[in-house]
Design a protein around this ligand. Structure first.
Ligand SMILES: [Zn+2]
Length: 388
């Protein structure tokens, strides 16, 4: 049977934590509504205890979201958990997401706590959160650099105390895909992890966030934490559009699907760019300006006949409707003919060979080529019809 993979979007929490990406309450509410409409399963709306604006935004989002679960992040302490619940209690489906670091480096340098103290804290805080809210996600911060057996103890403690989802984050973007599978397999074998929902949260420091998240699906993760356009701390988080498109394109391999209406992906991507000012690189998978564009003549000839020649996805499935054939110095006859047809003109009225030559000459001196430039060149090469 096809597995359902839940999409946990943290654009409004982890995404917003990236430098220069802060959003107003209104922008956050607008984005949350769109995420809800397009089928995101869980929206991490913010970190209630961190500041008043986050708190206010979570309250507002909790009140407007119709289908998705609304989550607030909370450190493993009662004050944070109180504040998180206060903010999400208006939601139809509220969830508290609490976390504590489990790696030695974090325990020594940040928390100044022993392993025993961490276990005790997890027990106290998860049980406390459970009294308020049925749905609890617990994260082992820096899980991928933690001692595996200690991680197992923490997971068992969180589950015994009421956690319904366990998140295994690659907080610093350190692990590689095969290792991540091995780690999750180990945790499943030596703890009660299998009894709850398994979530992963990957960072992109080595450019592996999407690959690691997809690897985790193969070993039983059913929730992927991600952000629109992959924004997030440092090199960012797993990009929602990449995970969703991979699962859709390769459902033969993953035997899985998501609830996301992919046609809304381009729209949400633009909304996040507008709200954060964080632009998307041209060659970014799925949502980059060039993600579905072809300029090379050989590629163009193939794509014009059958788009599957050089495309594994249909751009329209992701809300991208613009012309994907770009006229450039590498373009050949097929692209020129295609372009003339798209402009509603009669191909037989033009001398195509001389148009190809003039376009190549144009690019010796220019880099931008507009429709107007194209029409000017066409007009220079009209075939003169002789009349008798
Ligand atoms: Zn993160």
């Amino acid at each position: 049977m096809m597995k359902k993979i839940k999409i946990f979007d943290t654009t409004l929490r982890d995404g917003e934590q990236s430098p220069g990406c802060s959003m107003t309450i209104e922008q956050k509410v607008k984005i949350a509504k769109k995420l809800d409409e397009m089928g995101v399963d869980v929206i991490e709306a913010g970190f209630a205890a961190s500041n008043n604006r986050d708190y206010e935004a979570i309250v507002k989002i909790s009140k407007v979201v119709k289908n998705a679960t609304v989550v607030s992040l909370a450190r493993c302490n009662k004050k944070d958990i109180d504040k998180a619940y206060e903010a999400i209690k208006y939601a139809k489906h509220p969830k508290i997401h609490t976390f504590i670091a489990t790696s030695d480096i974090h325990l020594i340098n940040k928390l100044h706590m022993s392993k025993e103290q961490v276990i005790q804290r997890v027990k106290e805080c998860v049980s406390y959160a459970k009294e308020k809210c049925h749905e609890i996600e617990f994260s082992l911060e820096d899980a991928t650099r933690s001692d595996k057996d200690f991680a197992c103890q923490v997971i068992d403690t969180a589950i015994e105390s009421g956690a319904t989802t366990i998140n295994i984050p690659d907080t610093v973007g350190y692990i590689t895909p095969c290792e991540f599978i091995e780690l999750i397999d180990y945790l499943k074998k030596h703890s009660r992890l299998k009894e709850v929902e398994i979530s992963v949260h990957c960072h992109n420091d080595l450019g592996l966030a999407t690959a690691n998240s997809l690897a985790a699906i193969k070993t039983g993760a059913t929730q992927i934490e991600c952000t629109v356009n992959g924004i997030g701390e440092r090199a960012g988080n797993t990009a929602m559009e990449e995970v969703v498109a991979s699962i859709k394109t390769r459902k033969d391999y993953f035997n899985a699907s998501t609830n996301i209406e992919t046609k809304e992906i381009k729209t949400i991507s633009k909304m996040v760019v507008e709200a954060t000012g964080s632009i998307v690189q041209n060659n970014k998978a799925i949502v980059g300006a060039n993600a579905f564009k072809h300029e090379a003549g050989i590629h163009q000839a193939g794509v014009i006949n059958n788009s599957l020649t050089y495309e594994v996805m249909n751009p329209k499935d992701y809300g991208i409707y613009e012309d994907n054939i770009v006229i450039g110095i590498h373009s050949g006859k097929n692209a020129i003919i295609d372009k003339i047809k798209k402009l509603g003109k009669n191909v037989s009225s033009y001398d195509i060979d001389s148009i190809v030559i003039e376009i190549k000459q144009f690019f010796e001196y220019n880099s931008n080529f507009s429709d107007e430039d194209f029409i000017n060149i066409l007009n220079n090469h009209k075939i003169k019809i002789l009349s008798y």
